[in-house]
Design a protein around this ligand. Sequence first.
Ligand code: RUQ
Ligand code: CUA
Ligand code: CA
Length: 635
Amino acid sequence: MSTEVVGLGRRRFLNTAALTGLTLGVAACNDKPETAPAASGPSAAAPAAHASSATHLKPGELDTYYGIWSGGHTGDMRILGLPSGREIHRIPCFVPDALVGWGLTNESKAVMGTKPDGSLRYTVADTHHTHASYKDGNYDGRYAWINDKINSRIARVRLDYFVCDKITELPNVQGFHGIFPDKADPVDPAINYTTRVFCGAEFAIPLPNNGGDINNPEKYRSMFTCVDAESMEVRWQVLIDGNCDLTATSYDGKLAATNQYNIENGVHYEDMMSSERDACLFFNIARIEEAVKAGKFKTVGTSKVPVVDGTRESNKDPKTALVAYVSVPKNPHGVNASPDAKYFICAGKLSPTATVIELSKVLDWFDGKLPELDKAIVAEVEIGLGPLHTAFDGRGNAYTTLFLDSQVVKWNVDAAIKFHAGDKTAKYVVDRLDVHYQPGHINASQSETRAADGKYLAVGCKFSKDRFLPVGPLHPENEQIIDISGDKMVLLADHPVRGEPHDFIIFKRDLLKPKQVYDINDFPLAIKDSKESGVTRNGKKVTVKITSQAPAFSLREFTVKKGDEVTLILTNLDKIEDLTHGFAIPKYNVNFIVNPLETKSVTFMADQPGIFWCYCTHFCHALHLEMRTRMIVEA
Ligand code: RUQ
Ligand code: CUA
Ligand code: CA
């Protein structure tokens, strides 16, 4: 805190800050007079004068943070700029996208997966959680991953081009929900970056799920899955008791965890809530991989993936256990790793508590040095109703969403530990802020890295009710941005978002260096010279090669015959930034775009004779409307 602000009223200081163009970072003012006592009512959240200057960027100004957002049951990934909250990009992965031609081009279909007849295997998805690859405890800008809960798929997005390049369907599971990359190798310290991604499966199913055991719910099982970050192949799975929900990983690579709300293995709603305590499962990654190496696994059904035994019965001896079941209160939800690398925090959901688990103690248990596993719980404190997810500011504070209270509670982790240890004077709740309404996900700038910077907090509010102009029965969600640089949280902005984002991450913009023009050599089908354009025939199979260079396609027209199977390959030879072309074929349901130096292809049956004006759909030039070619289909 800068000394000259002491003694100024908070409002006056904030005004001063805005006038002098100070950034939010210096608003860490703790002028006591207007600060409500800790743990009292919610912050008034009057929009501070500096608020608009932070979230409203002037024309031409750029955001200072990237946000990667999941799109929920629209099945996409979204890129936002923060603090403005502007949506900059949507990245199709699991479901078709009409702008890009995702799900229509041969290249995207190969990533998405097809049935034997060439049609897409899936056209729906439900993305919840997205996380990016790490190096040295911070994002390294290589990849982001996102889950599809409906079809249990994991997609990888290359962060150099912001495109999805691989999708893997997980075997033996349903309801793949939590996802988290590791941050280091558990054994080799030289590997201080992400090489695995962990996936938690929420729904238990019969194994194998091929029609047997339908009426034996007690045989239904869930698994925790490890996917290789590079190859995207499934490395191994762990059979567990109960289910998996959200997932977290330790900074040293030794532990991964999943929260579990269905310790009961209930099939019906009521059964899943009968136990007073559920669990947070800790996976000993090094031991699991040793077991796989030693051949101590089985496989299930047609899947070749090694499955190790992580059930309670087989993991009682700490010295050999692969999995540790720490008990946490009733039906927990999020589990989040603190940026100091010491704790995982489980949010209570049905319990009004947060549970702080100390990782070194969990490791002690695995080493036989902690007789009682639950002694790894160093705090279990009341924070409010319906805790779901937790973010961090890097200054020892946690921010947890309270779904039922419609609040964010800011609480101090060390104070909570002291309180739990018996110091009833320890005031761990620092602040509360009303949000609008029913918040689920929450994340702060750099929160899930060692570089948590405590500047901005975004809150995904599941209901927006009265916050925006009414647009009929379907309301947008309300993503709120909060300044957390000071003692009190300050609500900065509301943003309507199309349903329904779940999780997101926010990180400094200089961690990414996206490329804006492709390398033509990345595309095996690239047409490097417009002179290679033309039509070649092989029986009924016809290949049309065409290039684009504003404002014209290389072919003014091309001719095929009714009954041909046509593969059209288009390379955009324009190499300047922002010069994208589109290619649409009327009546043939074809439309896709090609970015600078990108190549794409489509395959279709020429089943309708006639003249079809293929045109550029992406505005590229003053003569964009003239940018056409004529497809002649002879009868
Ligand atoms: S879960 S609201 Cu799918 Cu993200 Cu917690
Ligand atoms: Cu090319 Cu519009
Ligand atoms: Ca339960």
